[in-house]
Design a binder for this molecule. Structure first.
Ligand code: GLU
Length: 441
């Protein structure tokens, strides 16, 4: 039975980088059958906010990424204490008292000597008296996990065979001086308690994985299968980490990006399979294969989401957008033809309102000086509404006969006069939608 989890920290809103992690874990579970857990990593009470927990749920719901269970790390502190006690008993956990400034100094010295900046384990040499003195002076120390200095190896679902020398990694801090558990231990306890079988996360977690594999084994469990996806970069290959805040899912939603366009893109970006527009989660699940993803950084351009959204919408039947159309006030008897006429001329559903206002209230006419006389002549021939799909043909024929104009010189000035636009849907279909012809009045 497959169990995966998506484990965001509620210290901000989800962005496209998080979405990749969420989606991959979700698709793996839905494909294999099993349990997908939404785990809220909220061990940091200062930075975690309820507003973000709610936001994360809303964003996942918007995308149709549904979870079978929700867990919160803040509810599970007892379990983390028990694991810490166990590691202490096993001699794999030690208290250290260096201040951040001292640690920084050590790192700089090591780097100057051309050595990797790995914590030197000075705290292991402290006697009980020295620790008591330091505790009295500085307060409680941090607790570090004592790594076994051997190679840590695993077969990564995306990166392939990985081998990391544990002596090149600092003993990770698992509990802060103020007693707060850090994600590294909490995650290990959760993954083992909850029977997580597969962990997909960003490649920035590779070193964490190495230390977590040792912790999981020390606690007497089998590590899950790990896969680390590449990190997204901007279109020019620049790191996205700083800009991710501006790529929040809620902003994309606000801007009219369609969930299926976004999901279809994300399910293939960085994979050796070509993009395919999917129309349902089932199709996404069907076509997903994590082994097709590569280790190289993956370029992401937010602008790509708009043509994809347009492409997705062009193929949508009226039923799929009926609510959105009703919301902007299109009368029910016009709604379907409004959609059929307009859909190829929108990028997002937000563009529909503009077209509707134009049809309803009439456009500010666009009339070039050299066409003014011609347009006036043509408008004098325009019959009174309501119009049908025949109106445009009849009218333009009459105008042609009366003025001798034809082709673009005939049609374009009339389109511009009636719609205020150079481009748009077929005028034959637009005419029946025109509630007001401002150019005439
Ligand atoms: N809360 C961690 C993060 O957001 C989870 C990492 C993991 O998936 O283990 O980076």
């Amino acid at each position: 039975m497959t169990t995966t989890r998506f484990a965001p920290s509620p210290t901000g809103y989800l962005h496209v980088g998080n979405l990749r992690t969420a989606l991959f874990n979700y698709l793996i579970t839905r494909k294999a059958g099993g349990t997908f857990i939404l785990r809220i990593d909220d061990t940091d009470p200062e930075r975690s906010k309820e507003e973000y927990v709610d936001g994360i749920k809303q964003d996942l719901e918007w995308l149709g990424i549904t979870w079978d269970k929700i867990e919160r790390q803040s509810d599970r502190l007892d379990r983390y204490h028990a694991a810490a006690d166990k590691l202490r008993e096993m001699g794999r956990f030690y208290e250290a008292f260096e201040t951040p400034v001292e640690l920084d100094l050590k790192r700089k010295k090591q780097l100057n000597m051309g050595k990797p900046p790995v914590y030197d384990r000075a705290a292991l040499g402290l006697s009980e008296e020295e620790k008591a003195r330091l505790r009295a002076e500085r307060g409680d120390g941090v607790w570090r996990f004592k790594l076994d200095h051997q190679r840590i190896e695993w077969r990564d679902g995306i990166l392939g065979d990985i081998s990391i020398d544990a002596s090149s990694v600092s003993d990770p801090v698992l509990i802060r001086g103020d007693g707060q558990f850090l994600y590294t231990l909490a995650s290990v306890v959760d993954d083992t308690d909850m029977g997580v079988t597969n962990v997909v996360r960003g490649s920035d977690h590779v070193t964490n994985t190495a230390t977590q594999i040792q912790m999981i084994k020390a606690l007497g469990f089998e590590p899950p299968d790990f896969a680390h996806h590449s990190l997204l970069t901007g279109p020019g290959g620049e790191a996205l980490s700083k800009r991710l805040g501006t790529l929040a899912l809620r902003d994309l939603r606000e801007n009219g990006v369609q969930p299926m366009a976004l999901l279809s893109h994300m399910a293939r970006l960085g994979s050796s399979d070509p993009f395919e527009m999917r129309s349902s989660m089932e199709e996404l699940v069907e076509g997903f294969d994590i082994t097709r993803f590569g280790a190289a950084p993956t370029k992401f351009d937010v602008e790509d989401l708009y043509p994809l959204t347009a492409r997705y919408l062009h193929d949508q039947p009226f039923e799929a957008v009926a609510d959105a159309i009703a919301e902007i006030g299109v009368p029910a008897d016009l709604a379907e033809s409004f959609w059929n006429v307009t859909r190829e001329n929108i990028t997002t559903l937000k563009d529909l309102a503009g077209w509707w206002v134009l049809y309803r209230d009439g456009a500010e006419p666009l009339i070039d000086d050299e066409d003014a006389e011609f347009v006036a002549q043509a408008l004098a021939l325009l019959p009174d509404g309501p119009y049908t799909v025949e109106t445009w043909g009849h009218w333009t024929k009459q105008v042609k006969d009366a003025t001798g104009r034809k082709g673009k010189g005939l049609f374009m000035p009339l389109r511009k006069a009636l719609t205020g636009q150079e481009r748009g849907p077929d005028m034959r279909d637009v005419m029946p939608l025109l509630q007001t012809v401002r150019a005439k009045s």
